[in-house]
Write a protein that binds this ligand. Structure first.
Ligand code: FAD
Length: 245
């Protein structure tokens, strides 16, 4: 048994786990994050942060470094099948999820936080504050934070009344291409919508296409073909789908 009894043990080194780690380190509380992967996630496409998140980014001291690695569109243009309905001012930070995680992770380390990769929690004892891992290691900590994502096995085991996630009826195509647009483009269509936004100053642009579908598996890593994508969005014109990559 490894004695980390003066540390808060955080299971999951995603956005929630690393953010919680930064917040605790800023209060001088010792923390250790246990992440099952061998490094922080490189998956994901664009992610947007609205003004209600800016205050937290500032408190954690990461707003400026994130701004350097992201974009701040000032307009959102709403259209229906490429016919503009309205353009509105907006205040939002648009980034790649990879950069967001990188910035939070760097800040966490700067604040003296520790991360143990290749540590997959297999069970935990809430009363004794012990966490067991599939590599046969056990850690004793002072408190346990479960930040193991939307499908959290810890939540399902220890808080069964919360239930499993329910499929919304919509699936999202995600990708990153190149475009000159500086706006958030929100395009509505039949049973679907497409959102594009720049994620940095070099023209990298996030594509999100949402379609109504039957549940067909759930993974951020599932791949589809360009033909399948074009079929799902055949009602839209070429300009909406014309990112260069
Ligand atoms: C691969 C991926 C790609 C995504 N891409 C986008 C995107 O492009 N745009 C967007 O808007 N949103 C994206 N999301 C969703 C968005 O990032 C999540 O809503 C947000 O990250 C939630 O943060 P979280 O920390 O609660 O969960 P997550 O980011 O899912 O983090 C949970 C972490 O816990 C770890 N973990 C799980 N189980 C265990 C265990 N037993 N032991 C140890 N570690 C464990 C996981 O490996 C993961 O690192 C993505 C999510 C994932 C998982």
């Amino acid at each position: 048994m490894k004695d980390y009894s003066s540390y808060v043990g955080i299971v999951g080194g995603g956005i929630a786990g690393l953010t919680a780690g930064c917040a605790l380190r800023l209060q001088g509380i010792k923390t250790v994050v246990f992440e099952r992967s061998e490094k922080t996630s490189e998956y994901g496409a664009g992610i947007s942060i609205s003004p209600n998140g800016f205050g937290l980014l500032e408190k954690l001291g990461i707003k400026d470094s994130l701004m350097n690695e992201s974009f701040s569109p000032s307009r959102v243009v709403m259209s229906h099948l490429n016919k503009e309905i309205i353009a509105m001012e907006t205040e939002v930070i648009t980034a790649s999820r990879q950069n967001l995680i990188k910035v939070i992770h760097q800040r966490y380390l700067e604040l003296g936080g520790e991360v143990f990769f290749n540590h997959e929690c297999s069970s935990l004892d809430q009363g004794a504050c012990e966490i067991k891992f599939s590599n046969d290691e056990t850690y004793k900590v002072v408190h346990i934070l479960a930040c193991d994502g939307i499908k959290s096995p810890i939540r399902q085991k220890h808080f069964p009344s919360t239930g499993a996630p329910i499929y919304s009826g919509y699936s999202a195509w995600r990708g990153i291409g190149i475009s000159n647009s500086k706006d958030i483009q929100f395009n509505l269509g039949p049973g679907s919508h497409v959102v594009n936004y720049p994620i940095d100053n070099s023209g990298r642009t996030s594509f999100v296409g949402i379609v109504k579908t039957e549940e067909n598996g759930d993974s951020w890593k599932m791949k589809g073909t360009k033909e399948e994508l074009l079929e799902d969005f055949e009602a839209y014109d070429e300009e909406t789908l014309s990112l260069d990559q």
